[in-house]
Design a binder for this molecule. Structure first.
Ligand code: AMP
Ligand code: ZN
Length: 562
């Protein structure tokens, strides 16, 4: 049934869809022709021969004449009648017996056969294939992941069970394998046993089945995305090495950026002893000071490696003024972050965060705020079937009335997390209008909408696809990269051999690649050297921790290959 549906889907795409419109138009023309002839038949029969026939009889006569069946049970006996019969029969031959089948063949059958002949789905990989990444389930997240894999020149194969999707992806240039993901024989053909990693991005039950089937064959690592949090454990039991609860992670990202509360910086991630953390400037006594005046480095040892303001990430210098609306990105050890805690001020007591959308991600954000604790109000147009922990205001968030009643005027932060990007853009714009000083963190379901959300007034945008792809990429890389946000990563690289013996200034890493060095890891020392000065000598065995955009990361790989 699925195959038939997939075949029929062929006629709804591209040129075939245009042709289908043409066919419908042609059939309408034929119908009008038949109806006109039927009406004329009745009129002529009555006028010429005095015989009266029903409309249905007229229709019957026309079809019989046009298709040249000619039973001869109803016939004209006058000369003009003979002429009319001849015209009907000849137009039938032309329009029904020649043009219609010809059109059907040239517009549909031929392209379909051609496409079938041209596209031979790959159902097994060559024996020698190895070290490939197998991706089960193609969506915005895995699409973003494939871009990263392409950059890093890691071979990957997308596995599809749907013929039409396989054709589409192959047309886009992907290497596609067509088959049933839970069929052990097919998995052998996909060379799971020689694969570098398996990405399971199907539904939770399908992922579980896939994990079990793979585990019956081999020990290849499997990273799976988890739809429902409770299923993570089951997936691990089934053999997944990583079960990534993406929605919870997204909720956490949204929540930490929407609140200014919490004197302790929020640790994003760590590379060994080096932690990368974010803290709102407002939660520190440095608001309004320049970086030089704040003396954060001297007081705590931490380095401010970035500043977030209105969706723009900048690398600050000594003269940069710390706006209270900005978020500082810090690099340093846990002790250094604790030293910062000693100098940061009291928590703001009247924080309030509005969460628009109580789906899985909104719920995760709420749970995160609950633990801190930060007061919040959830708004959703329908009650959540999965959540027993929170009570949401039920109402359409696009109505300004609902937003005002929920207290948008007093709220300090706003999390916009519906599943519709247009609504998210609209809500961002409307909320910015209602409360110009509110901190807005918005979720982009599709990467293309990130810019529009910023343009609508969001302070931070978290894209599901980018975060998901970054996390998967980290898993594949053995966690060598930290996702800060759209377009900024902190990543680790071993010191390229040709840079050994040079100083940081001589290495020209920044001018050549655009990446900045966040820290140096030294073999002999426990502590990483945070933001090393330009005269620091690069020594053998050192690890570089860098910050830059994906393009800059790629520049680094190109300029300093092994
Ligand atoms: P999820 O994708 O699981 O995070 O779910 C998104 C949530 O957004 C769902 O619970 C939707 O009901 C909710 N939602 C969508 N549109 C609106 C809207 N206009 N106002 C309030 N909630 C909405
Ligand atoms: Zn909830």
């Amino acid at each position: 049934m699925k195959t038939l549906a997939a075949e029929l889907a062929f006629f709804l795409r591209g040129q075939a869809r245009q042709n289908l419109k043409l066919l419908i138009l042609y059939c309408t023309f034929l119908l009008i022709l038949v109806l006109t002839y039927s009406a004329l038949f009745r009129f002529l029969m009555w006028q010429l021969e005095g015989r009266e026939y029903s409309f249905l009889a007229g229709l019957y006569w026309t079809v019989v004449a046009m298709t040249t069946l000619g039973y001869g049970d109803i016939t004209f006996t006058t000369e003009p009648g003979y002429l009319f019969s001849t015209i009907v029969t000849i137009s039938g031959v032309i329009f029904m017996l020649i043009l219609l089948p010809f059109g059907m063949i040239s517009l549909f059958l031929a392209p379909w056969i051609e496409q079938r002949l041209r596209y031979r789905p790959t159902v097994a990989l060559p024996e020698e294939t190895r070290d490939h990444v197998l991706i089960f389930g193609f969506d915005a997240v895995t699409r973003a992941l494939t871009r990263k894999l392409q950059n890093r020149q890691i071979p990957f194969i997308v596995v599809c069970s749907d013929h039409a999707q396989a054709v589409r992806l192959e047309e886009e240039g992907f290497r596609v394998l067509l088959g049933i993901p839970t069929d052990a024989q097919f998995l052998k053909g996909a060379r799971v046993q020689a694969a570098r990693h398996i990405i399971a991005n199907l539904s939770d039950p399908e992922n579980t089945n896939l994990c079990l089937t793979v585990r019956s064959l081999c020990e290849t690592p499997i990273a799976t995305l988890v739809g429902q949090l409770e299923h993570g454990e089951l997936l691990r039991l089934a053999g997944a090495n990583q079960a990534i609860a993406l929605k919870r992670i997204l909720g956490r990202y949204l929540a930490t950026r929407a609140t200014t509360r919490g004197a302790l910086a929020h640790v994003l991630d760590s590379f060994g002893r080096l932690q990368i953390a974010e803290i709102p400037v407002q939660a520190t006594p440095f608001a309004g000071q320049t970086l030089a005046e704040a003396r954060i480095r001297q007081r705590t040892g931490l380095a401010v490696i970035g500043l977030w303001e209105r969706g723009r990430f900048t690398t600050p210098d000594a003269a940069t003024r710390l706006s209270p609306k900005a978020l500082m990105v810090l690099a340093g050890t846990r002790e250094q972050l604790e030293a910062l805690e000693m100098v940061t001020g009291e928590e703001e007591s009247d924080d309030l965060v509005l969460i628009l959308g109580h789906g899985r991600i909104g719920c995760a954000a709420a749970s995160f705020l609950d633990r801190r604790p930060v007061p919040f109000i959830l708004i959703d147009k329908q009650p959540s079937p999965d959540c027993l922990d929170h009570v949401a205001v039920i109402g359409d968030a696009t109505s300004p009335h609902v937003l005002r009643e929920s207290g948008i005027d007093q709220a300090k932060g706003l999390i916009v997390t519906t599943n519709d990007d247009s609504i998210n853009i609209f809500l961002t714009l409307a909320s910015r209008h209602l409360n110009p000083s509110i901190r807005i963190v918005a979720r982009a379901n599709r990467e293309e909408n990130v810019d529009q959300l910023y343009a609508a007034g969001a302070d931070f945008v978290i894209s599901n696809a980018s975060v998901g792809a970054s996390i998967l990429n980290n898993v594949l890389e053995g966690k060598e990269s930290i996702f800060l946000t759209e377009g900024i990563n902190v990543f680790r690289r071993p010191l390229p051999p040709n840079l050994v013996g040079q100083t940081i200034a001589e290495s020209r890493i920044r001018p050549l690649t655009g990446c900045s060095i966040v820290a140096l890891e030294r073999e002999d020392a426990e502590e990483p050297l945070v933001v090393p000065p330009p005269e620091t000598l690069l020594e053998k065995g050192m690890g570089l921790i860098l910050i830059g955009s994906p393009e800059q990361e790629e520049n680094f790989s190109r300029n300093f290959r092994g």
